[in-house]
Design a protein around this ligand. Structure first.
Ligand code: ZN
Length: 435
């Protein structure tokens, strides 16, 4: 294929730099907090996703897209823009999410404003800048640059901006696009795929479980603790401290996590990426939260991160069996078994490294930026999972450093937004072909 159309498109993007960043500022200034985030007032936050997608829809329409704006839940509009191909080329989905997490304390942000959209020192600041309005703008403006350069694609290009990603609410968002019939020969989720580095091409992600373990104890007066824990005391007849018993479980799962660190590897992830982390712990006595009674319950919430090629059911069985052996070794837990609840599962996605979308994107990156991209697993989970479950081979690639997502003073490098726009435009031409 000649590179002529690509050269014309890249020249358009250079000329569009100011308006691309202005469009990103505009979207960042429209709050789009995911309304189902735990602890948030749903009614006070619903609607932001729609407002932001309506604004993005204006840019998609300008890029020559047919617009489809619809929702599964009122006030939570998904947006899809389609550029119909004029020939027999392969089709491509570019997907991102419009929702963000909440900002925390606004006063801790630069300029006291989580939605500033301001540029300073080559970085554009604001909640949702890197995660992931930058990706949404880069892909939309890539389509616009194609139109301005007069490129007619052979295959369909489908741009998607969905709701609900941050709360694993895929049925309202990404899965609704699949259900509505949007399919393609491949998909790229434009999540920030730089990890303190240039964006990597990420053909897979880990899978994630949320596991809750509820450990029973037996409440009694705190002054009898000596009787509960030392030889010669009354022991479990009078009381059992559920937090002490939870510690046995904590210790056991740290040992299993260490085993995983030694043995559970995957060529596209750094050693030790797969972990069993206790992230929420609450042990307490019955009644008001006071420390005068031995706690009767300890609830431990874990996030389990496992390799994309592991069978999730086997993994659950492994953890369950490990815990069962731990319970068996303790006189109280052997009889008063803790309960295990697998509260949520976000499956991995796993597209073969030799899939043509990986090589097409990689060579577009190399040609455009002059460096070969790393091919590496996405460290977190994203909506590529649900596109792949919909039968679409999916990978992740997008501007910015994921390490600054979900943090105060979230920002994205302006250079990376423009670079990603160019790489995506070049990928679209190579993948979909020119009519
Ligand atoms: Zn994200």
């Amino acid at each position: 294929m000649t590179n002529e159309p690509v050269a014309a498109v890249l020249a358009e993007i250079d000329a569009m730099e100011g308006e691309i960043l202005e469009a990103l500022s505009e979207l960042v200034r429209i709050p789009s907090i995911t309304p189902k985030y735990p602890g948030l007032d749903y009614d006070a936050n619903v609607g932001g996703e729609s407002r932001c997608n309506q604004a993005l829809g204006v840019h998609m329409r300008a890029a020559g897209c047919e617009i489809d704006l619809w929702n599964k839940e009122p006030g939570r509009d998904n947006l899809v823009g389609v550029v119909r191909g004029a020939g027999e080329g392969r089709s491509l989905i570019l997907n991102g999410h419009v929702d963000t997490v909440p900002p925390g304390d606004p006063d801790t942000w630069m300029w006291g404003d989580p939605w500033s959209g301001r540029v300073e020192d080559g970085k554009l600041y604001g909640l949702g800048s890197v995660d992931m309005k930058a990706g949404l703008v880069a892909m939309t403006k890539a389509a616009d640059a194609l139109r301005r350069a007069g490129v007619t694609l052979a295959g369909d290009l489908i741009l998607e901006s969905v709701v609900g990603e941050e709360t694993m609410d895929h049925t309202a968002g990404v899965s609704a696009t699949v259900e509505r019939g949007y399919r393609a020969d491949a998909a790229i989720v434009t999540e920030p795929s730089g990890f303190s580095s240039a964006p990597v091409v990420a053909p897979c992600s880990p899978g994630t479980f949320w596991l809750r373990i509820t450990v029973p104890g037996k409440a009694t007066h705190v002054m009898v603790r000596g009787n509960l824990i030392w030889p010669g005391g009354e022991g479990e007849r009078y009381g059992v401290n559920a937090i002490d018993k939870g510690y046995l479980i904590y210790d056991a799962l740290r040992r299993l996590e260490t085993e995983w660190g030694l043995h559970r590897n995957h060529p596209l992830f750094p050693p030790g990426h797969f972990t069993i982390g206790l992230n929420l712990l609450s042990g307490r006595p019955p009644g008001p939260p006071v420390p005068f009674i031995v706690p009767h319950e300890c609830v431990m919430d874990y996030i389990v991160i496992y390799p994309p090629d592991d069978d999730p059911e086997e993994l659950k069985a492994e953890i369950t069996a490990y815990l069962d052996r731990t319970f068996d070794q303790d006189s109280w837990l052997a009889i008063h078994r803790p309960t295990l609840e697998w509260i949520h599962h976000w499956p991995a996605y796993d597209t073969p490294v030799d899939h043509p979308i990986v090589s097409t994107l990689s060579s577009a990156h190399s040609r455009t930026l002059g460096v070969v991209p790393k091919i590496q697993g996405f460290p977190a989970v994203d909506d590529a999972t649900y596109l792949q479950l919909g039968g679409i081979p999916s990978i992740s690639y997008g501007p910015g450093d994921i390490m600054v997502a979900h943090s105060v003073d979230e920002h994205v490098s302006c250079r990376e937004v423009i670079d990603a726009c160019k790489v995506l435009a070049s990928t679209i031409v190579d993948w979909c072909g020119v009519a």
